[in-house]
Design a protein around this ligand. Structure first.
Ligand code: GLA
Length: 378
């Protein structure tokens, strides 16, 4: 009995070493103001994905792979200067290749839902995959989160970044037009992570690109004690399949009111829904990039995340569908409410909702939008 136990020790030690290397990979001290590139692994079609490490001069490290434009880690210092990884995800490419709910991904061609996977432009009818019950979600079966983007890194005096580009062919996932999409991630020395999205198409197409990172400003546990403020006095009411009814409802005196900061946990159970939690599109009061759209404060670590955007809406999602079945970085199980997403966007199902701001990109036009996540601690 004893002998057996001792014979296991080397195996346990090797296991521990592999585990700590995988975890520490996120904490290795590297040179500020640099971008470096490493192989991340092979996709099923044998193409190779890379992972980029971007380090600014103010203590933030960002890791991004060109597979789905996925952000795999963001190390942000707390109020005492101790960095922690504040996004959910995996240490290896295989984690991202296995089924997972868009961890860290660029979402497109159309973020969020299109009712019954159908829409019409200029009398032409289009049919998309129904990959979320009867509806189309996040660009379909092989959306922008599951494709390999071309990547180019860059450096300026006060920032480091990666420019990702992808040609989505006419008919891909049912969408019309050859669409050239470019998404640039810039990490500045004043701790802004800037997402710049642009695209052109040779046929009219809906487009709604966003970022699906799940944040947990403590790095572990649930997010219920995070304090949130959203500059939105209305949200889009949805039916039981999460498709907007068309009604923009006042948040006042409802669990959806975040116009003054409150914890996520405060009214979480009162939101209803199945599963219960926030999974709602907020109608932002301002579309000016200079105006604060969302502010999240985590009181223990002192970490603060602010969102600025020129988009009309933001999907506030509290990880309601996470159920502990996925194990991520450092063997952390992702349970319900382990992370929140702030997906800046056009309103869900806009292609079928004539009263919503239009999300149609026409040939000859350029789609261009910017969102900023700004980090600090105090
Ligand atoms: C978005 C949707 C949610 C869910 C997640 C992914 O935030 O609004 O309903 O589909 O993506 O699981």
């Amino acid at each position: 009995m004893k002998k057996n136990l001792y014979s296991q020790i080397p195996i346990l030690l090797i296991g521990l070493l592999i585990f700590s290397v995988a975890c520490n990979q996120r904490e290795v001290a590297q040179v500020p103001g640099t971008v470096s590139k490493k192989a991340f692994g092979k996709l099923p079609d044998s193409s190779l994905a890379d992972i980029y490490t971007l380090i600014n001069h103010s203590g933030i490290t960002l890791k991004v792979t060109n597979y789905g434009g996925r952000i795999t880690a963001i190390m942000v210092p707390d109020k005492n200067g101790k960095p922690e990884d504040i996004v959910l995800g995996f240490d290896t490419l295989s984690g991202y290749l296995a089924a997972n709910p868009y961890f860290g991904a660029i979402v497109g061609r159309y973020g969020n839902r299109i009712a019954k996977g159908k829409f019409e432009i200029d009398g032409n009818k289009y049919i998309l995959a129904q990959n979320n019950g009867i509806n189309h979600l996040h660009g379909g079966i092989q959306g922008f989160d599951k494709v390999l983007w071309k990547a180019e890194d860059f450096k300026t005096e006060k920032s480091v970044g990666v420019k990702l580009s992808y040609l989505s062919r006419n008919g891909e996932e049912g969408y019309p037009g050859n669409l050239n999409a470019i998404v640039t991630y810039t990490l500045t020395d004043d701790n802004q992570l800037i997402f710049d999205y642009s695209a052109t198409s040779d046929k009219s197409t809906p487009i709604n690109l966003t970022q699906h990172s799940y944040f947990n400003l403590t790095g572990k546990g649930d997010i219920k004690s995070h304090e949130v403020m959203i500059s939105a006095s209305k949200y889009t009411v949805v039916d039981s399949t999460l498709i907007p009814t068309g009604e923009l409802r006042n948040v006042k005196a409802t669990p959806f009111d975040f116009t003054t900061a409150k914890t996520i946990g405060k009214d979480l159970l009162a939101t209803g829904g199945n599963p219960v939690g926030y999974d709602h599109n907020y109608v932002l009061d301002s579309k000016r990039i200079k105006d604060l759209a969302v502010r999240v404060v985590e009181p223990l670590s002192g970490r603060i995340m602010e969102v600025y955007t020129d988009q009309p809406g933001v999907q506030f999602y509290t990880g309601n569908f996470l159920d502990g079945s996925i194990t991520g970085k450092c063997a952390i199980k992702y349970n319900q409410y382990s992370g929140f997403c702030l997906e800046t966007q056009h309103f869900p199902d806009s292609p079928n909702q004539p009263t919503f701001p239009s999300s149609i990109l026409k040939p000859g036009e350029t789609y261009h939008t910017t969102t900023i996540y700004k980090f600090s601690a105090k």
